[in-house]
Ligand binder design. Structure first.
Ligand code: T5A
Length: 209
C-alpha cells in the first residue's frame, strides 16, 4: 500500500498554505511546499522572488523552479512508497502557468515549458483554488513579492485555467471566493473523500509523460 499525493494550486495568497497545513494534519501527511526555498536552488529562487533588482532570464527562472522540484523528487517517491501521504503546496502547474503568463519566445510554448517536468510524479488529485482578484488583493501581505500584481495575477489565472484539463478526473477546480477557511476545508475534503484518497491505495504511482 502506498500513500496518496495531493496537490493544492492557486494564485498568490489564495489560501493554499493555510489549506495545505490543515489537510496535511487531517491526512497525517508530509507537507511539501514549492518553491522549497531551503535547498541550494531554492535559495536562488528566493532571492529572485524577493529582490526585484536580481535579474534572471525568464528561461533560466523557469528551469530553476523545475530543478527545485527535481531536488525533492526521489524523496517524494520514497515517502509515497513507504505509505506516507503527501500534501503539496504548488507544483508543475504553477511552473507552467506563471511562465506562460510572462509571454514571449519560449514562454509562449507549452511544450518547452512542460518539457523539464516530464518524469516527475503526478498527483493523485490536484485541487485548484479559484478566487476573485479583489479578494486576493485584500489578503495580508499581498504585493510583497515579484509576481504579486493584479494585472499579472489575472494573466496567471487565465493560464492556469487554460492548462488545467477539467476532463482529467485527477483535477478539481474549486471556487473558494468569499468562503471562510473552514468552508474551504470542507469543500476540499469532500473532493478528497469522494475519490477515496483519505485511505491508502495499491495503485501504481503515475508520472507526467
Ligand atoms: N512560482 C512558484 C513560479 O513562478 N513557478 C513555480 O514553479 C512555482 C512553484 C512564490 C511565487 O513563486 C511562483 C509563484 C509565486 O508567485 P509561494 O511561496 O507559494 O510562491 O507564494 P504565495 O502563493 O504568495 O504563498 P503564500 O503562502 O503567500 O500564499 P497562499 O499559500 O496562497 O496563502 P496563505 O494560506 O498563506 O493565505 C494568505 C493570507 O490569507 C489568509 C491567511 O490567513 C493569510 O493571511 N486566508 C484567508 N482569509 C480569509 N478567508 C480565507 N478563506 C482565507 N484563507 C487564507
Amino acid at each position: 500500500m502506498r500513500g496518496n499525493l495531493i496537490l493544492i494550486e492557486g494564485l498568490d495568497r489564495s489560501g493554499k498554505s493555510t489549506q495545505a497545513t490543515i489537510l496535511a494534519e487531517k491526512l497525517d501527511a508530509q507537507l511539501i511546499k514549492f518553491p522549497d526555498r531551503s535547498t541550494p536552488i531554492g535559495q536562488i529562487i528566493n532571492r529572485y522572488l524577493v529582490d526585484r533588482d536580481f535579474h534572471l532570464p525568464d528561461q533560466a527562472a523557469h528551469l530553476l523552479f523545475s530543478a527545485n522540484r527535481w531536488e525533492l523528487a526521489n524523496s517524494l517517491v520514497e515517502s509515497l512508497q513507504a505509505g506516507k501521504n503527501i500534501v503539496m503546496d504548488r507544483y508543475i502547474y504553477s511552473g507552467i502557468a506563471y511562465s506562460l503568463a510572462k509571454k514571449g519566445a519560449e514562454m509562449d510554448s507549452h511544450e518547452w515549458l512542460y518539457g523539464p517536468d516530464r518524469g516527475l510524479p503526478k498527483p493523485d488529485l490536484t485541487l485548484f483554488l479559484t478566487i476573485s482578484l479583489e479578494e486576493l488583493s485584500s489578503r495580508k501581505g499581498y504585493g510583497e513579492e515579484r509576481y504579486e500584481q493584479l494585472e499579472f495575477q489575472s494573466k496567471v489565472k487565465e493560464c492556469f485555467l487554460k492548462i488545467l484539463d477539467s476532463s482529467d478526473p485527477t483535477i478539481a477546480i474549486v471556487d473558494v471566493d468569499g468562503l471562510s477557511i473552514d468552508e474551504v476545508t470542507g469543500k476540499l475534503w469532500s473532493e478528497i473523500h469522494i475519490r477515496g484518497l483519505d485511505q491508502s491505495s495499491n495503485n501504481k504511482i503515475t508520472y507526467f509523460q
